[in-house]
Design a protein around this ligand. Structure first.
Ligand SMILES: Cc1ncc(COP(=O)(O)O)c(C=O)c1O
Length: 404
């Protein structure tokens, strides 16, 4: 008889977004004239840059002709895209990353979920709390996280690094040895970052401990401050301890198109084995490559016009972030993030928990955000608003919150 992977049954339901959807549905059913503004989900709303559309059309035309038709893509990515990534995201910033250390994929969600497969089951993982849920859930599926403690809201075998206003959202080093450390900066959900010196400390720590850092840089394009690193490879020694994840979703709006990449340097060797080779093998066995058309679209992001158009997109969303941040501050809210990130993380008023604030916002302002506690127990008492909406609607949302 076939047997299931029981570790999947240990997964917690996706309570957060289904709970949000249910509460919004109930509210809408009872208030048919409600004009809800959604600042909850981290999905972009602006159309793709013109240069990307142009590249898509031209790649589609190539597929229509015998001479230029392409079948399976190389499973690690087309050379033209790997080179464009290495040139622009790394070598132009002084990071010595080779084209063959770049692995093109359909996005950072897949890579952040799949990367754990190249590590043994008995590795101990460390995550920040609050956290992007994929890191933990993919390890639950792999049977690496122990049992869930309902009271604590935590897994017994996972090391949690609280990030709250008390430590300025900078995770502290774990008190015990950990093997794999997930870091994400600029952070989802808190919108906060760490500076280069702080990231260097993590790199030094990982090299000393023999740990691997999985560095999620999905929001890198939103960095506006000088001392915030765009890549972990800006730090000395990162190539011997870090894997970096990237996405085309939040910079160029590819959430529906799907493209990302992961960097695994040759120098990253564990137990005498290059992790790069394991990841290449995994890609080769389980993945047949991102579509040619989409990789051409990705290449267009690095053209001069593409870069200018992406910059405009980021500026659009960051104008929203400023409106939300300044608006909330002027109302007396304590807010974090929103400077190097499209997320604003606010402290809920004294005595009001994340879900009560959610309900009050929904009922009084008809604005939907995300309760911080949904990202982990240390997110309790916080709330996330995103800057990915339409500017006029974002303004209206803030103005409604002011009147609430
Ligand atoms: C931290 C983080 N990593 C990765 C992703 C997923 O990116 P992609 O669309 O490339 O799969 C997200 C999406 O919200 C994210 O917030």
């Amino acid at each position: 008889m076939a047997k299931i992977n029981n570790d999947y049954c240990k997964l917690r339901g996706s309570y957060l977004f289904s709970d949000i959807a249910r509460r919004v549905r109930e509210f809408e059913a009872a208030n048919s004239d409600a004009k809800i503004i959604r600042l909850g989900i981290g999905d972009v709303t602006r159309p793709l840059p013109a240069k990307v559309i142009e590249a898509l059309h031209s790649a589609v035309d190539e597929m229509a002709k015998q001479e230029t038709f392409r079948g399976y893509a190389p499973d690690l990515g087309y050379d033209f895209l790997r080179k464009a990534i290495a040139d622009n995201d790394y070598r132009a910033r002084g990071c010595d990353i080779a084209d063959d250390e770049i692995f093109v994929s359909d996005g950072a969600k897949s890579d952040s979920g799949n990367i754990q497969e190249i590590f043994a089951k008995d590795n101990v993982i460390a995550v920040t709390d609050p956290v992007y849920p994929v890191y933990v859930d993919s390890n639950v599926m792999a049977g690496r996280t122990g049992v869930f403690d309902e009271a604590l809201g935590q897994w017994s075998e996972v090391v949690y690094m609280p990030c709250t206003k008390e430590n300025n959202f900078v995770p502290e080093f774990p008190k015990r040895h950990v093997d794999i450390i997930y870091l994400c900066f600029p952070n989802n959900p808190t919108g906060t970052t760490i500076n280069k010196a702080q990231l260097q400390e993590w790199v030094d720590y990982a090299n000393k401990e023999g740990s691997v850092i999985i560095y999620d840089a999905a929001y890198e394009a939103y960095i506006s401050e000088d001392d915030v690193p765009h890549s972990i490879y800006e730090c000395q020694g990162a190539k011997t301890c870090a894997i970096e994840l990237h996405s085309f979703s939040k910079n160029a709006g590819f959430t529906g198109l799907r493209l990302g990449y992961t960097v695994v340097p040759h120098d990253l060797v564990v137990e005498g084995v290059k992790l790069r080779d394991l990841w290449a093998r995994r890609h080769g066995t389980k993945y047949n490559g991102a579509p040619y058309i989409v990789q051409r679209a990705g290449e267009a992001v690095y053209s001069e016009e593409g870069k200018a158009q992406v910059k405009e997109l980021i500026e659009y969303y960051m104008r929203n972030a400023r409106y939300i941040g300044e608006g909330l501050k002027s109302m007396g809210y304590e807010i974090f993030g929103g400077v190097n990130s499209p997320y604003i993380w606010l402290k809920t008023p004294e005595g009001e928990d994340s879900w009560s604030f959610f309900d009050r916002l929904l009922h009084k302002a008809q604005v939907v955000g995300t309760p911080g506690v949904g990202f982990g127990p240390h997110g309790e008492g916080y709330f996330r608003l995103t800057a990915f909406g339409d500017y006029e609607k974002t303004k209206e949302a803030v103005d409604r919150i002011r009147k609430m």
